[in-house]
Design a protein around this ligand. Structure first.
Ligand code: TUI
Length: 316
């Protein structure tokens, strides 16, 4: 039995791997797509040349549909928006902004478009502009977040639009996937748990930091910049918290924030790195193949039942 999101994206299971800057590369995205979900390469702040390499590398090891996440605050967003057209990327996600200026060209190219949204107004605008679906990302998520939690955001957006809605933020296992379907979602986006995929090339220190994460370790920094970010507490988050309401705090936070994610993912610097992760980091404890993460969720009887009910009933 297929959900409408499976048909739209050409995938076997209604699960999308979150586009995590520096983390979501060809290796992780190919593993997820090859396992029947939708793998996603995150452009983050990387130059278009890096994104191009990743797309080409993915196509060599995977002939299934995949996506690219365009981070709209990136200085390279315009170039990457064009690149996905040239390289015939099947699905594009956007994050951290309004993708209005790219939508027409992506639609013309036949790309499926699913903007990540954190409020109702943007979801409705995206539907009007022709988006194929939206990812409703609650503030339990890691990285850049909006204000509303998944439990409020998802059903509100399900009621506000007719296009498929993918639930994100806090979803990491069978129980939270069932919850997402109960809220009316058509599919789930899972980020943090895929950091712990064997095929994820993030530094081992990043993975062990996620495994060690306790419930009290999740922090949100950068509220003064207008781009709040959820990450795991360490020396960096303490420094950022001190800056938050200091003079020129916003600029200093932007400056420090810019390079610190790469330092965490590539170098594994536990003190100065930005270990972006969702609140649910405290609920996961092992590294395993991407296909085991997916089967652990979708082989669960409760999820199978929820999928069946979602098809029979949809909006309740
Ligand atoms: O984009 C994300 N997650 C991210 S992006 C990122 S890189 C970054 N680093 C430092 C500062 C900022 C970004 C790390 N994690 N998720 C999708 C998402 N989009 N969450 C929230 C939003 C969002 C927020 C405001 C989307 C649109 C929006 O407003 C658009 C508008 O103009 O109404």
């Amino acid at each position: 039995m297929k959900q409408r999101i499976d048909k739209l994206l050409g995938i076997q299971y209604p699960i999308i791997q979150g586009g995590m800057a520096w983390v979501s590369d060809a290796s992780l995205a190919a593993a997820v797509s090859n396992a029947g979900g939708l793998g996603v390469i995150a452009a983050g702040n990387a130059p278009a040349s890096w994104v191009k390499e990743q797309i080409i590398a993915l196509k060599e090891i995977c002939d299934k549909p995949f996506g690219v996440n365009v981070m709209l605050l990136s200085p390279f967003a315009d170039e990457i928006a064009q690149l996905v057209v040239e390289l015939e990327v099947p699905v594009v996600f956007t994050g951290a902004g309004n993708p209005r200026k790219y939508i027409d060209s992506w639609k013309e190219a036949g790309i499926k478009i699913l903007p990540v949204v954190a409020n109702k107004a943007l979801a409705q605008m995206m539907q009007k502009m022709g988006a194929d679906g939206v990812v409703a990302e609650g503030s339990e998520a890691g990285g850049h977040i909006g204000e509303l939690g998944t439990l409020v955001l998802v059903p509100m957006i399900v009621d506000a639009v007719d296009i498929p809605v993918v639930a994100a933020g806090g979803i990491c296992d069978a129980r939270t996937t069932v919850a997402a379907f109960a809220l009316g979602a058509d599919g789930v986006q899972v980020g943090t748990r895929f950091i712990l995929a064997e095929e994820c090339t993030a530094h081992d220190n990043y993975k062990s930091r996620v495994i060690r994460a306790k419930d009290v370790d999740s922090r949100v920094t950068g509220r003064v910049t207008g781009h709040p970010v959820r990450l795991l507490r360490n020396n960096l988050t303490r420094e950022l918290a001190k800056l938050e309401y200091s003079e020129n705090g916003a600029e200093k936070i932007e400056e420090i924030g810019a390079g610190s994610l790469r330092i965490a993912v590539v170098e594994g610097d536990l003190k100065e790195g930005s270990f972006m992760a969702g609140q649910c980091a405290c609920r996961m404890d092992k590294v395993e193949p991407a296909k085991d993460i997916i089967s652990n969720i979708f082989d669960h009887d409760m999820v199978k039942q929820a999928l069946k009910l979602a098809q029979d009933g949809t909006k309740t």
